[in-house]
Structures are given as C-alpha cells and as structure tokens.
Design a protein around this ligand. Structure first.
Ligand SMILES: *Cc1c(COP(=O)(O)O)cnc(C)c1O
Length: 717
C-alpha cells in the first residue's frame, strides 16, 4: 500500500497532546474535540457547556481552544462530576461506533473530492459566508452519516468572512478577526520527513506556497490550503486571508490555490480521487491541472486541450448554485492571465485554448473569461440545485451548447437539502424520536417515517414550538441590548430591549445574506400596511438579520432604510435587527420563528435552504414560489406568493409586497390567533404537521446525498 500522509497521524498526535493536559477521566474529550461529529451528536455540546458554559461561549464554541485555556482547577473539578463522566462515556461510545462503521464506496477508484470555496461546518471554523458554504458543510456531514467515501477541499481563510457592526443610522461597518490556527480543531498535515507538507502554485510572477490543514468532519476529512507562510511575500500570504476578498485579482489567485493547489495537495497526500465534484465555478482550474497531468502521460503525442479535457471529463461533475452574475464572475483576458498566465504556461497548456474554453462563444477573441463556463465544459454532468433552477440554468447556459433547444441543454438538477441533526433543535429531535423510533435520522428521506407526525399530541407539539420561540425571544433580548449599547444608542432605547419581543407573539423571521435580489425591502414596501400588521393587539413581531457584501452599497442602503422606517413604528421593538448573522445564531433563529419569510425576485433564488431548516423545526414558510419552494409548497404546508416574472421590476415589487401583506392579514394571523379552549391553535398545528410530513423527507440532506449518489456520482462511464 502507498503510505498516505493525509494528516491522520498528525491528528492523533494533536489529540495525544491535548489528552495529556486533561485529568485521566476526561481524556476522551481530546479526541471528541478534534472531530466536529460532537456538534451533531446528541449531548455533544453539553459536555463542554456543562464544564463552563460562559468560557465555552467565549472560546467561540471551539472545544480545543476551550480545553487548552481552561484553568487546571476547573478541569479537576469536572473530573469528579459523575454526571458529566457518564455523559462523556455515552457520547464517546456513540462517536466511536460511528467512526468504526465500514465505508460505502461509490467510486471504485477512490473517494469523491468535493471542492468548494467555502465550508460552513461550525461557527468555530470561520471559513464560510452563507448558504453555499453551509450547504457544503451539510454535505460533508451527511457523507459522514452515510459512511460515504468523500473528502472536502477548500481554503483556510485566516480572517474568514467579515463581522458586521451597524451604526445608529443602520449603516453596516465591517471588521475581521484573525484566527489562532494553533487552537483550531485542525492539524497541519506533515509529510514523510515530518515537515509540513507543501504545494506550490505559480501565481502572478512568483510561486505561491501553501500548507495543508486537516479538519475532521465526522468521518469526512476536510483539507484546507493556507498561504500564510514565510516563503510567501505579504501579497501572496493575503491570498488565503479573507473569503470573497474585494480585489478581483486576489480572488483569481484564490481560485488558483483552490483548484490547482487542491489537486496538488491531494496528490502529495497520496489521495487519488475517483471523482472531482466542483461545487460552484471557483475551483474549476482543477480541471486544467488534471488535463496537464494527463498530457504529460501522453508524451510525444501532444493533443489539444479540448481533447485532454474530454478525456478528463469522466472524472468531473459540476454543481451550479446561482444564476446571479456575481456568482458567475468574468474577467478580461489581461486580468485573468496576469494572475494565472504562468500557471497555464507551466502546466504546458495554451493560453488561447484556456481562454476559448472559458468563453461562452469559444470562437470569440474579445469576450471576457469565466470559470463557470470552464467548469461546465470540463465536467461530465452539470446540475442545478432545484427543479426551477434547472430550467433557469438551461436557458442561461444554452449559448454554451450552440444550436440546441433549451430542452436539450444537458443540465439536470439535484435539489438542495439540509443536514437534519445540525438543523433540527434538540427538543424537536427528541420529540420526533419518541414517535419515529431509534436512529431514524439516517433514513430521514423515507416519507413513511414522517406519517408518524400525526400521532404527536397537540399539546406536545405546541409545547416544543413555545419552547423554541421562548429561546429565540431570550436571545433577541440579550443580543439587541448589547447591539444597541455597542452602537451608542441612548440608554432608554437600549433598555427597551430587555422587554422586547414577547414569547406569545406570532414571530416572523427573515435572515440570510442581504443581497438585493432577496428583497428584504418588500417587507416595508408599504409602511402603513406593515404598521397595521405590527402595531395592534394581535401581537406580531419580526426578526431580521443578514450581512451585505462589503462592496454592495445598494444592499447596505436597504438595511439603512429599514432602520429609518422602524423609528416610525408605535412599537419599534416588534421589529428588530440582529447584528452579525452567522452560524452562531442561525440555529436558534430558524428554529424559533413561527413563520419563515423568503421574498426573492424570481427566478434568481436557485434554491434557498433556510426555509428548509425552519420547516424541520415546525416553522411555516411564507415564500415567493421560486427555488426549492416550487417543489415544496403543496397548498397545505405553508403559504406562497406568485413566482411568475413581470417585465417591470417595480410592478413586480408592488404585486409581491401586496400579496405578502394580504397573506399576513387574511391567513397567517387569523390562523395563529384562533385557539381552542386550551389556548392551542389547532388549525395552525394541522398546517404544521402537513409541513413536517411533506417537507421533512424531501429537503433533508439524506435525500440530497442519495440523489447525488444515484444520479450524479453513480453514473460512471
Ligand atoms: C442556511 C443559511 C443561509 C442560507 O439562507 P437562504 O435563505 O437559503 O439564503 C445563510 N446563512 C446562514 C448562516 C445559514 O445557516
């Protein structure tokens, strides 16, 4: 067997080192800390919060950092806590059993290498910004649950994505925090000589050197490349500093590091993927690296790049995640080759050929270059992420497949899903487990299972919903008081936060990236109507959160307008904005809201996933019929706004906002506030059961993973 230097040895060393710091009865906490499986194993996070909840939270819920910094006396005290030790034994046994299951290989020749520019695994690993990353994280976790042979490849952005602070006018400010990599649950991968393994990628006029980190996401290793090395100059080091960096050239350098560097890192570790899964266009340069490796195997028989990619195509699949142009960015040839030219030359490829494969019209010499086109051309399948997105993507990419009809454009779809053990709140999961049976989560895509929701008594279902809402209300009160004090609001306004939100009110949520197509502004399109919904005795409250990209002024203005509008409400505390939305607060937000709102401008929402997370917790979706909701909505399991497209965007906004207010006034509020003699909204619960039953089995990552397996990975040629 070829020795693998894939970081597993280094992981064991780091675990041993941490274990030596712990009292003997707590030693198992070391291996638990270095595997994110703890975060979705029942009882996992309580192990740490029981030792010291405050310090665990200060450590960013990072168990490695937490344990390294915990005072000795607290460790000794924890080592005598019988209840804790019993819990530790349970979690540890469960994780060991999980890790020991045999691997199910989908590719005879090696693992599926899942390449993505961001991964949202956990708030303590800050290498994600939003939906794309969280989906990638969910996919790795589900691969682990299903014991599939998958490895993730991404970048370790030391400063991650930005944090958000609002000023009193509602203008967003950004700041970045640098991670201390020595205290992340990650290890540097070392080679045979014991030195950190390094790969190089030609970028600009130099050689970018990168090291590789390994993170354990259950059974799935995630490898992250990192350019913060003495060999690199400050500009080169900046390549892995921040996710979605503002400079286009730096983004191109990031894509070279991810695509080319990612393939080289796998080679250096002795991992030969059976299949490369390119998640979004960013890692597409991986295909050039493979083509170049194949051309060197064909010495003396030089073929053109198109032929090489054709041979390599069998090893690539591509998923496109957005029709929005910012997600399919293009570059002038000059810009493109100033960063990537040398890499292309050194791979022995022709710049002209690379350029034409990166254009829609391969014959053009002036058209800008984009990586999504390259990804489509070099992959044996391209899939969109919902049924409607498939139609949109076919239309959008038709010019790439000259002459064919839309119906014949070879793009299919696998609708997104979310990792149930991550997104279903523990009390909801415990309630369903009583009726669904043990270990039901691994076959959560079985619709028969979900019929058991009809057996759950009203009181129990309503009790869990009220608990989840209360958790959210407490979070809102705590956080907005701090947000307001932090941005220097007057004391009375900050104090008003202590009583903000009511645990009995109808709670509506809207949280996601604040891209303009998400149309947060529809909420206050007609301020008087919104005011009538909010300012009355049938209490209705809105929680809004999200970050605008630092360069997106238009999106920042939407947030500012909302702040201004809010001041005009009689009860301004019934509409709150939570700063710095990320994975830290997302689980409580999606779980605590009664109604989850999504108002995208159709057809720009490729899928959307936050509504699926809300649904798993018994939240009801009120959404424009776009993305996943076209498949999810069945007339009984939530509410829908017409998703047809009007030519005039202003008229569309007017129509869609009106539909939203109508639904709130005529359907949502009456249903929520109609109660039986026990105070239970039975009609609401009927809808809630319909939502769980119909959406649970279809929008969990278990279903998504099985679709990828059967329809995308399975079809080898
Ligand atoms: C799920 C999730 C998203 C995606 O939300 P959409 O409504 O699908 O855009 C964004 N950010 C975070 C933190 C999430 O967990």
């Amino acid at each position: 067997m070829i020795p693998r230097f894939d970081g597993s040895r280094d992981m064991r060393r780091a675990i041993d080192r941490l274990a030596r710091r712990l009292p003997e009865p707590l030693e198992d906490l070391a291996s638990i800390s270095y595997n994110y499986l703890w975060s979705w194993t029942p009882g996992g996070s309580e192990l740490f919060s029981r030792i010291d909840a405050h310090r665990f939270s200060l450590s960013g819920s990072n168990p490695v950092r937490f344990l390294w910094n915990l005072p000795e006396r607290d460790l000794l005290r924890a080592a005598t806590d019988k209840d804790l030790l019993e819990r530790l034994r349970k979690v540890s046994r469960r994780m060991d059993n999980d890790m020991r299951r045999p691997t199910q290989r989908t590719q005879a020749s090696g693992p599926v290498a899942f390449f993505c520019a961001e991964f949202g695994v956990h708030p303590s690993m800050p290498v994600y910004s939003g939906g794309l990353g969280v989906l990638a994280g969910d996919l790795l976790k589900e691969a682990s649950d299903q014991a599939h042979d998958v490895v993730g490849v991404g970048l370790l952005y030391r400063r991650g994505y930005f944090h958000q602070r609002m000023d009193t006018t509602g203008w967003q400010h950004e700041y970045w925090i640098e991670a201390d990599t020595d205290q992340l649950p990650a290890v540097r991968v070392r080679g045979a000589d014991g030195a950190p393994l390094k790969v190089t990628v030609p970028v600009w006029d130099g050689e970018l050197v990168a090291q590789v980190w390994r993170v354990n996401v259950g059974r799935t290793p995630l490898f992250l490349l990192d350019a913060e090395l003495a060999e690199n100059n400050p500009l080169e080091r900046w390549v892995s500093a921040r996710l979605y960096e503002g400079s286009r050239e730096i983004r191109l350098a990031q894509y070279a590091l991810l695509g080319i560097g990612g393939v080289r890192a796998l080679d250096a570790m002795g991992i030969t993927p059976g299949l490369f899964h390119l998640n979004e266009g960013h890692p597409a340069l991986a295909s050039l690296e493979i083509a170049s490796q194949m051309s060197s195997q064909l010495t003396g028989n030089r073929r053109d790049l198109g032929d090489l990619l054709e041979v390599g195509r069998d090893r690539f699949v591509f998923t496109t995640h957005t029709p929005v142009s910012a997600g399919n960015e293009t570059y002038d040839p000059g810009e493109f080759f100033s960063v990537l030219g040398r890499a292309v030359d050194e791979m022995g490829l022709s710049r002209e050929e690379v350029a034409s494969l990166s254009r829609v019209d391969a014959m053009s010499t002036s058209e800008p270059l984009g990586l999504s086109r390259l990804a489509i051309r070099c992959s044996r399948t391209t899939n969109a992420v919902s049924r409607r997105h498939e139609e949109v993507a076919r239309e959008m990419w038709r010019p790439l497949f000259s002459e064919v009809e839309v119906a014949d454009v070879p793009i299919t779809h696998v609708t997104n899903g979310v990792h149930l053990p991550t997104w279903m709140a523990p009390n909801m999961r415990a309630l369903l487990s009583e009726f669904f049976g043990p270990d039901w989560e691994r076959h959560a895509h079985d619709p028969g299972l979900w019929n058991h929701v009809d057996e759950i008594p009203d009181v129990d279902l309503w009790r869990v919903r009220c608990e989840l809402r209360l958790d959210l209300v407490e979070l809102v009160r705590r956080q907005i008081a701090v947000d307001r004090l932090g941005r220097g609001e007057d004391i009375a306004y900050a104090e008003a936060a202590f009583a903000a939100f009511d645990p009995t009110h109808l709670t509506v949520g809207f949280a996601r990236r604040l891209a303009t197509y998400k149309r947060l502004d529809l909420l206050f399109h007609d301020v008087d109507r919104l005011r009538r919904i909010i300012d009355n005795e049938q209490g209705t409250q809105f929680v809004v959160a999200g970050k605008a990209h630092p360069l997106d002024e238009e999106a920042k203005n939407v947030a500012r307008n909302m702040f201004a509008m809010k001041r005009g409400l009689d009860t301004p505390n019934r509409l709150v904005f939570l700063e710095d939305y990320d994975l830290r607060v997302a689980p409580q937000l999606v779980a605590g809201c009664d109604v989850w709102l999504n108002l995208p401008r159709p057809p720009l929402e490729a899928s959307g996933t936050s509504g699926m997370k809300a649904a798993l917790n018994g939240g009801l979706n009120l959404s424009v019929l776009d993305g996943w909701w076209c498949e999810g909505y069945n007339g009984q399991n939530g509410w829908a706004i017409d998703g047809s497209v009007l030519d005039d965007p202003a008229a569309q906004d007017e129509r869609d906002a009106g539909a939203f207010y109508d639904l709130m006034e005529n359907e949502v509020k009456p249903l929520f506030f109609t109660r039986d003699s026990n105070g239970i909204p039975t009609g609401w619960l009927t809808r809630l059961r319909a939502s769980l039953r119909s959406l649970g089995p279809h929008f969990c990552a278990t279903r998504m993973s099985s679709d990828y397996d059967e329809r995308i990975y399975g079809q080898s040629h």
